[in-house]
Design a protein. Structure first.
Length: 169
């Protein structure tokens, strides 16, 4: 069995310690590629069928509504791999409201992750992994939850040493 990197990343306006910045490549996208390269593992990006807005404030508003209403945003499943071939799922997402975006909840509910090790990795503006790792267990109760990695979004481009340490390299 082997590993796969599954992730959701937001591009467009994003919060930074210095204010709002416009990202052409999302923080989680950068981190997911690092994890994939270090593991020599394939990537599967959760691409929402209804894209999130470019505007930071509009994205915050929408994601808050999704969180509060228990929404399950759809994602493009046309190229979804056969997850039965993988024992380790490296799951990346931004920390939104102390948890993961609801598109990640959609993934966790759609894919049978029983017995698989889930290794969460997140980017945030300083709030770390919060309670999102514990929430994974509520959506995938029969997975094996591994220790997660949190990287400050402002420093994601410098995170390779942290990624290597987290992966035990």
């Amino acid at each position: 069995m082997s590993s796969i990197v599954v992730y959701f990343s937001h591009t467009g306006e994003n919060y930074s310690q210095g204010g709002i910045v416009d990202l052409k490549v999302g923080h989680v996208d950068v981190l997911a590629h690092m994890v994939s390269e270090e593991l020599n593992a394939p990537l599967f990006r959760l691409v929402p069928l209804d894209p999130y807005p470019h505007s930071y404030q509009e994205t915050v508003r929408r994601s808050r509504e999704e969180y509060d209403n228990g929404a399950r945003p759809s994602f493009d499943m046309s190229n979804m791999p056969d997850f039965s071939a993988y024992s380790d799922i490296y799951l990346g997402y931004p920390n939104w409201f102390g948890s993961f975006p609801r598109i990640v909840a959609t993934f966790l509910e759609k894919v049978n992750l029983d017995g698989k090790a889930i290794h969460p990795f997140v980017t945030s503006g300083g709030s770390g992994i919060s309670f999102s790792d514990r929430e994974i267990k509520s959506f995938a109760p029969f997975c094996v939850l591994a220790k997660g990695l949190s990287v400050d979004g402002d420093h994601v481009s410098e995170a390779r040493p942290l990624v290597k340490k987290w992966l035990g390299k």
